[in-house]
Write a protein that binds this ligand. Structure first.
Ligand SMILES: [Zn+2]
Length: 349
């Protein structure tokens, strides 16, 4: 998807109020604190477990499904992404009322990880971790990116050198189901540096894969992001929030232990704001990229945080750069990052 297509979708998404949309398909939302709550339309839900946040996103604690109006449309009507976009566009344009949803229980692959999935994923993470020191290319990449050895160790970074099927022959079906292996037998993460994302209980909840080259850089398992990367850093009242895991690892490499990351410039979803607020964070320093997407993402994030009484400050990176490129290009990255973090106090947004 091009940047412009993405932008058009973002605008469309902003125009559609999720609560109006849900009312139109006959789903009644009730206020629950500062959120709206309903019985989840995707399954039998006595509780109710389905929440709508004021950033126009939803999340169901029952089926652990969340997302935006496009995701919801896909699920409700069992549509492909592009068909869902068309339906939302028609609805927003007033040309087509929404039909009654096709009630459906989600296929297991889109639900959050179960315990058996997590233990297999843990084994895969360990296996990748044991391969890292054997890959000169991966080590050179991390070195070039200024990721320190202690961060590599502390965050259990690894390298997917292939051979998962050979090393875990009894688990092939399960590996396929989790999206760790392809049908042809190759590793989905082959040739990537891997970074596990742990949830609050210390279990692996996602696996990030970063390619060593520029093509197709980011890879995740086909499961929702249930936590920020990484929740341990939430025990401070001031945190730094980045757009990407690589940026967060960069700051950790220079001893900014209070750094977390979301998943992209628009990645601060309502449930993550909740996670931050509940941890008692008072100030967030946004280390978003100095580009259009980063500017928009940062001001949106600041707005969401403000509603929970949290102050936001923005690091002023040089135009067009992100935290990692600042570190890569600086003679003295520790000093430079320190200055940017310190000076952000003058830049409240
Ligand atoms: Zn649900």
């Amino acid at each position: 998807m091009s940047y412009h297509e993405r932008e058009e979708l973002d605008r469309l998404k902003d125009r559609v109020s999720l609560s109006d949309y849900l009312a139109n398909v006959g789903i009644e939302l009730k206020p629950a604190g500062h959120l709206l709550r309903a019985h989840c339309p995707l399954h039998e839900d006595a509780t109710p477990s389905f929440y709508v946040w004021d950033d126009n996103s939803f999340y169901c604690y029952g089926c652990q499904t969340g997302g935006d109006v496009f995701t919801l449309t896909q699920k409700l009507y069992d549509l492909s992404f592009s068909d869902a976009v068309d339906r939302v566009r028609e609805y927003a344009g007033g040309s087509n009322p929404l039909p009654a949803p096709v009630r459906t229980v989600l296929p297991t692959a889109r639900k959050a990880l179960r315990e058996t999935d997590q233990s297999l994923l843990e084994r895969v993470v360990n296996s990748y971790q044991s391969k890292l020191q054997g890959s000169d290319a991966a080590l050179a990449y991390l070195h070039k990116r200024k990721i320190s050895d202690s961060v590599v160790e502390r965050f259990s970074l690894g390298y997917a050198s292939g051979y998962l099927a050979q090393s875990m022959p009894a688990e092939i079906d399960h590996l396929l189901k989790l999206g760790l292996m392809r049908k042809q037998g190759s590793d989905t993460y082959y040739g990537r540096v891997t970074v596990p994302v742990y949830d609050v209980s210390g279990k692996v909840s996602q696996l990030y894969g970063r390619s060593l080259g520029d093509a197709n850089k980011h890879r995740y398992l086909p499961f929702p992001h249930t936590t920020l990367f990484h929740p341990d850093a939430l025990n401070e009242s001031r945190i730094i929030l980045c757009e990407s895991i690589l940026d967060a690892l960069t700051l950790h490499s220079y001893s900014f232990d209070n750094t977390l990351s979301v998943y992209g410039a628009r990645g601060l979803k309502g449930r993550f704001v909740e996670q931050i607020a509940e941890a008692g964070v008072r100030k967030v320093m946004l280390a978003y990229d100095a580009d259009k997407a980063g500017d928009e993402g940062a001001s949106k994030a600041a707005g969401l945080l403000r509603k929970r009484g949290i102050l936001s400050y923005r690091l002023q990176l040089p135009e067009g750069m992100d935290v990692n490129s600042v570190a890569m290009e600086s003679e003295d990255p520790g000093n430079e990052l320190n200055r940017l973090v310190r000076d952000s106090r003058h830049n409240r947004i």
